[in-house]
Design a protein around this ligand. Structure first.
Ligand SMILES: Cc1ncc(COP(=O)(O)O)c(C=O)c1O
Length: 388
């Protein structure tokens, strides 16, 4: 909070900013990596926050970066010509695949038969053989989580039954070396036990396919999806216990590399989003605070329909000759400055005291904040983006 206060004290205009603490990011990633079993190759999924400063801070620690577009490939290659890149995503175009080959992407996660055909064709033209994982949309049961990308009809991965047919015909893809499988099935799982159970199922299914189809299996990618608690009553994911259980599990499979590609759990904690209260009013019996900012900068709460956790930084300065509107011990809805009732960052949350001019400090805003938002809707000034 001290660093936030220092930043705020220097501002001449209404405060609207993301502050990212790079020291806390590197300390955090080390606490994640230290207890992981040796066979884990830990990628950072840069979609969560792909800022150059963040990538540079993580580069010395992570095994590689997971990307989902040509733009993301270029961002990684701008900071390192050699760091391993895993390229995922359901919509890889020919242009992107060409760029990926040019930029020496090390691993491809293929999500459909057409993606396999396209990459095989391109590799044939260039006289290359390319290592790929096939992304599975499994038929077995998966843990509960905020979002589920697989285990049901979605645009992601190859359905298990279709995949099994493809595995019987891998000779049709002579320029692809299928070295494993990719399972990114859920997002924001807060239960380490169910995560371990899912990983066990991913591995045993992959090994079964290895035997059945005589594959040279080296890698199972177990995805990201480790959750962050955005609500007070939630129990945080216990990373220490997860790593212990994972070590025990992986002792049974010493021949495998386990790839992991976490985004949210890596970068959420390093960032806060500050938005100054520009107005406080009551309408039809409810209180509203309007902020300098909103979901065009920080879309996560409205996208997930949750009340984002926040602190209030009170400001004493009030330059006007008229009274400062204040709400005390009452519920209030924190809204952004956009002309849409969807621009809500927390609804009906009780505050001890909130006045116009105060600053809302949204916590855990380092991942999927700025990077998933529609920045130019209504053409308000962008927030400052500060790296401490
Ligand atoms: C393929 C893939 N891998 C990894 C991630 C990162 O997931 P998380 O941020 O939940 O760890 C995502 C997120 O959308 C993804 O689509």
């Amino acid at each position: 909070m001290e660093k936030i206060k220092e930043y705020v004290a220097k501002q001449q205009q209404e405060v609207c900013a993301f502050l990212y603490d790079l020291n806390s990011l590197t300390a955090h990633v080390q606490t994640l990596l230290n207890p992981l079993p040796e066979s884990v190759q830990f990628y950072y999924a840069i979609k969560a926050n792909s800022d150059e400063q963040v990538l540079r801070a993580l580069l010395p620690y992570v095994y590689g970066f997971e990307v989902a577009s040509m733009g993301e490939i270029e961002k990684v290659r701008a900071i390192s010509e050699t760091v391993p890149i895993a390229f995922g995503g359901p919509g890889k175009t020919l242009t992107e695949l060409k760029a990926a080959l040019k930029h020496n992407v090390t691993l491809y996660h293929l999500e459909s038969q057409l993606q396999m055909q396209r990459l095989n064709w391109l590799a044939q033209e260039q006289g290359k053989t390319i290592e790929v994982l096939l992304r599975v949309n499994p038929s077995f049961e998966l843990p509960d989580a905020t979002l589920q990308m697989a285990g049901k009809a979605t645009q992601f991965g190859i359905e298990q039954s279709e995949l099994e047919e493809i595995l019987g015909e891998l000779g049709s893809y002579p320029n692809l070396r299928v070295v494993g499988f990719h399972f990114h099935c859920i997002s924001n799982n807060l239960r380490e036990k169910t995560q371990i159970k899912a990983i066990e199922k991913y591995i045993t299914t992959a090994l079964q396919w290895q035997q059945q189809y005589n594959l040279e299996l080296s890698t199972v990618n177990v995805g990201g999806g480790i959750g962050v608690t955005y609500q007070e009553e939630q129990r945080p994911f216990d990373w220490g216990s997860y790593c212990e259980q994972l070590s025990t599990l992986l002792k049974r499979f010493p021949m495998l590399n386990i790839a992991m590609e976490c985004g949210r759990f890596v970068s959420a904690y390093c960032g806060v989003y500050l938005a100054q209260v520009t107005d406080i009013k009551s309408n039809h019996g409810e209180n509203f605070a309007v902020l300098r900012g909103g979901n065009h900068h920080f879309r996560l709460p409205s996208s997930w329909q949750h009340n984002h956790p926040f602190l209030v930084l009170e400001r004493d300065d009030w330059p006007y000759p008229f009274a400062k509107p204040t709400v005390k011990n009452a519920p209030i809805t924190l809204c952004g400055e956009l002309c849409t009732p969807k621009d809500v960052l927390a609804k009906g949350v009780t505050v001890e005291r909130l006045s116009a001019g105060d600053i809302i400090v949204f916590e855990k805003a380092g991942a999927y904040g700025w990077h998933i938002s529609h920045h130019d809707f209504l053409s308000h000034p962008h927030p400052q983006r500060v790296y401490l």
